[in-house]
Design a binder for this molecule. Sequence first.
Ligand SMILES: *[C@@H]1O[C@H](CO)[C@@H](O)[C@H](O)[C@H]1NC(C)=O
Ligand SMILES: *[C@@H]1O[C@H](CO)[C@@H](O)[C@H](O)[C@H]1NC(C)=O
Ligand SMILES: *[C@@H]1O[C@H](CO)[C@@H](O)[C@H](O)[C@H]1NC(C)=O
Length: 542
Amino acid sequence: MKVSTTALLPLLAATAVLAVPTSDQILLNELGTVTNEWQHAAGDILREGERRVMKWIDGGREFVQQHGLTYELVSHPAFSEHHLRMTEPSLCDPAVKQVSGYLDIADDKHLFFWFFEARHNPEEAPLVLWLNGGPGCSSTTGLLFELGPCRIAEDGKNVTYHPHSWTESANVIFLDQPVNVGYSYADGSTSVNTTPVAAEDVWAFLELFLTRFPKYAKLPFHIAAESYGGMYAPSIASVVHHKNLGLAKNMPEFAPGLVHINLESVMIGNGITDPYVQMASVPDAACEGEFPVFDDPQSPQCQSMRTKVPTCQRLMKSCYTFDSKFTCVPALLYCNSQLMGPVMQTGKNVYDVRRSCDRSKDGDLCYKELQWIETWMNLPATKRALGVNPSIDFQSCNMEVNQAFAMQGDGARNRAKLLPELVESGIRLLIYAGDADMACNYIGNERWIEQLESKFHEEFAKTSKQPWVTLDKGEVAGWVRAAGGDGFTAGNVTYVQVHAAGHMVPFDQPEASLDLISRWLADVPLTLNVSDFAGRTPFGGW
Ligand SMILES: *[C@@H]1O[C@H](CO)[C@@H](O)[C@H](O)[C@H]1NC(C)=O
Ligand SMILES: *[C@@H]1O[C@H](CO)[C@@H](O)[C@H](O)[C@H]1NC(C)=O
Ligand SMILES: *[C@@H]1O[C@H](CO)[C@@H](O)[C@H](O)[C@H]1NC(C)=O
């Protein structure tokens, strides 16, 4: 639906004290007349198919009523086809300010987001965008299973408070993208099946959100992603960086109202970013890693897998060179079936090979909690509170989206090549990996970051693993290699191996994961052992 802002402007002065109408007050008859109480307030009544949509202005803000839900509508002079349609829920962690709703793009694409303020000092805490992967999986996996302020509980009937939420240290946005993921939807047959297209939409979302909430636009901004998010995050960061550069050159005539996005870092957990390097590491992790899948490195399965590596890499090389679906689809199919296939066939949970995967009990994604999330997200009360059309069916992972990306060979593309420019512009890069994961294993992650051609390459190559000691417990939670900052910062290019964690690090190691991201966001060294200093300060204090 097109919004005619001009028609609404005259209402501004007249309706400054109006409250938001309740749903029964807003019932419209066939002719679209409104109960007298609201007659003077109703702005446009627009036909949207057979539905009627009402808009009004209150306190300088525009509101819209749809599916019996009331939203604030946010537009932006630089985006004629985009709107934010949002509400302020109070579930999950009612003590903090929240915003949820949609980015509507050109009438047919609708991306769902859910934002939580930090639990402490939200005016100063950094802003983090969190993305899960798949492709096709909802970021509410991160929210309700990993790092959000509440976690799924009681078979999906309820959620519980999460003490080690990343909102302890950051304001966090969870975004379901691309369309048809989670609560996000498309009208008609629109679909998004490549990472670069998805990245442009995310940038538009950030612009609208930060323009509506300028106080968050001042904060340092970080993109955090997991798994296939290792493909998304470099692409989004690259789009944001280039838009920032364009903005710096052309302001303000070129792009009225656009804000600079303070992108400080990219954080990728158990990601897939450089498939050429990472696919070849599967036999190493599965046969000789910290948590091997096959007990004997010389077993027939291990030997057979190793013989597949050269062909996989030859195909990946073609994909990197030609960057087309004709070369990337075969690479993806071959490497997945020949290298991931044998791991899957063991019946272990590929996301955490310390566990087995009983699909009849735990579902296709091997964790019963992900089924609970579907239950909770499909409760009418949850949808209503979050501003979601009750007819939307929520799935943790949408396999059609997954297939659509696969048919473009998107998952075989080289996204690491976007990163040198970013790190050389001062945007920091954290790659961390739980070492019990076989889907995007830690060995492959360490290798690609070590090979990344940037001005930090040489320094990184010379680093050795240092223990990462958590501040609270003084325990070794993993190993760190960091280049840049001379040990006074968390590093410009940093790799962390997280001990005893699977694919979803914050699920397996909640305290350590909060320690990691809090120190990363504050840009303080991860290798410092604070207990080293305790009781040894010659100066007694003030
Ligand atoms: C969910 O848990 C909260 C906090 O423990 C409780 O107050 C609430 O009643 C529960 N809701 C349901 C539907 O069980
Ligand atoms: C490394 O990161 C810091 C922020 O910690 C930044 O100020 C600096 O410019 C970066 N170094 C290089 C060489 O880009
Ligand atoms: C941290 O420092 C304390 C005190 O010096 C020491 O006892 C402890 O072993 C150190 N921890 C690690 C992991 O090095």
